[in-house]
Write a protein that binds this ligand. Structure first.
Ligand code: SME
Length: 160
């Protein structure tokens, strides 16, 4: 099993390389989408410092529906275009939100959340899910987090 204590002291790009390798090892050859999302939500939770929610919303019909996650129970359904997750799903682009209070329409599932990143998972050019990571620290996520989680989304495109 992966030794999570070995991630201490890694730079962000190194941390994401390790995370990607662990996600690849855990999901390779496994066709069950729920199992793969559950393991990746847990990996994000273990690897990333200062997070209070990590997980998935899946595109189901014309809305987003809660998927596997780590953290507190969250809102179940999000309309396309609503909140940070809905914006990422509608636009097909990563949303980097340093201050959730300043994001119009942010959906507050946990009052402790101060910043957030949401990355779409695209398959054949269509958004099939989003990866959402929340933090109780303002401006917790930056371009390196975006690059790392986008690489993870690309890996998962045909595994979830
Ligand atoms: N804050 C998100 C909703 C999902 S929860 O944070 C887990 C949003 O505005 O879309």
């Amino acid at each position: 099993m992966f030794d999570f204590t070995a991630t201490a002291g890694l730079s962000k790009p190194e941390l994401y390389r390790e995370l990607l390798a662990a996600a690849d090892a855990l999901t390779a050859g496994e066709s069950d989408a729920v199992a793969n999302m559950a393991n990746v939500a847990a990996l994000l939770w273990e690897f990333l410092p200062d997070v209070n929610w990590t997980g998935f919303y899946r595109v189901v019909g014309d809305e987003l529906v809660l998927g596997p996650f780590a953290g507190r129970p969250a809102c179940i359904r999000i309309a396309m275009g609503k909140g940070v997750c809905g914006a990422a799903a509608l636009q097909g682009e990563t949303q980097l939100v340093p201050d959730v209070q300043a994001f119009p329409g942010h959906i507050a599932c946990d009052g402790a959340t101060e910043s957030e990143i949401v990355v779409p998972v695209l398959r054949d050019g269509k958004v099939i899910a989003v990866i959402d990571c929340d933090s109780p620290v303002k401006a917790r996520f930056d371009a390196e987090d975006a690059a790392g989680i986008e690489a993870l989304a690309a890996l998962l495109a045909d595994r979830i």
